[in-house]
Design a protein around this ligand. Structure first.
Ligand SMILES: C[S@@+](CC[C@H](N)C(=O)[O-])C[C@H]1O[C@@H](n2cnc3c(N)ncnc32)[C@H](O)[C@@H]1O
Length: 255
């Protein structure tokens, strides 16, 4: 039987599931802070955008570790509500604002931002298209910092190749992605792979309880059941093939 791809599940169902988690993709506070260490000269006046922010796991880390203001944008209103509630909870509401919007139609001015951040989300617009389109919203000399699914090797087993090409058709090697960054008008400043704990501790392990809750709520619902089966398959593939792929932080400076 053909396995489902992530594109076959309903957007609302995916978001209901993921908005019950603190993070919606692999990452960690340590990785976010490490990426931030490559960004110089942020001040109280700095303006930062966090695109595809989800419920704001990384947005809060950014806010606690940078001066300036953050506009966090996501397509899913339920995630933005959570993000704004969390910003209040941490007393960050004057510096962090969540808004609903699409990363391929941004409600911003040209040259508005000192820094554009995006963790686990640029594949929704495409790596090259995202880098090209987002550049105009950065000031000259501003920075972009994104995580993106990447191959670690030139070749890999067919099973994992198929899974990721279905999910992210443009997926490429780290060298290829750095060359796209250069081609689209950024000076590549740093790239580093997310360590395994970014997949396990903040992504796969918290999902175990969430999956049980979800299956209980949607007992008998075939779409929900096959969505959870897809996610479990994703976790199994990671443990089998993690030497071949992962998320990579790409940091570049707009020319
Ligand atoms: C894998 S999650 C990552 C969320 C968060 N940055 C994190 O790392 O926990 C991808 C996010 O992109 C959002 N998204 C998908 N398509 C989008 C679009 N066109 N514009 C804005 N956000 C989008 C989803 O709603 C989801 O919150």
């Amino acid at each position: 039987m053909e396995e489902a791809t992530i594109h076959e599940f309903d957007f609302a169902l995916i978001n209901e599931y993921f908005s019950g988690l603190e993070r919606q993709g692999p990452g960690s506070p340590e990785a976010t802070i490490r990426a931030l260490s490559f960004i110089p000269n942020l001040s109280d006046e700095s303006k930062i955008a966090d695109l595809g922010c989800g419920t704001g796991g990384q947005t809060m880390v950014l806010a606690k570790n940078t001066p300036g203001t953050i506009t966090a944008l996501d397509l899913f209103p339920g995630s933005i509500d959570k993000l704004n509630i969390n910003a209040e909870k941490f007393g960050l509401q004057n510096r962090v604002k969540g808004i609903v919007g699409s990363m391929d139609h941004l409600p911003f001015q040209n040259d508005e931002f000192d820094l554009i951040w995006s963790e686990g989300a640029i594949a929704n617009i495409g790596f090259e298209k995202g880098l090209n389109y987002w550049k105009r919203f950065l000031k000259k000399g501003g920075f972009l910092s994104v995580t993106y699914e990447s191959w670690f090797t030139d070749e890999r087993p067919a099973e994992i190749e198929k899974f990721w090409v279905d999910a992210v058709p443009e997926i490429g090697t780290i060298g290829h992605n750095i060359s796209i960054m250069q081609k689209t008008g950024y000076v590549p400043v740093a790239a580093f792979t997310l360590p395994e704990n970014c997949w396990l501790d903040t992504y796969f392990i918290p999902q175990k309880v969430r999956q049980e809750e979800f299956l209980k709520k949607y007992a008998g619902n075939k779409t929900a059941e096959s969505f959870i089966a897809y996610l479990r398959h994703e976790a199994e593939l990671y443990s089998k093939y993690k030497q071949y792929y992962g998320y990579v932080f790409y940091i570049g400076k707009r020319i």
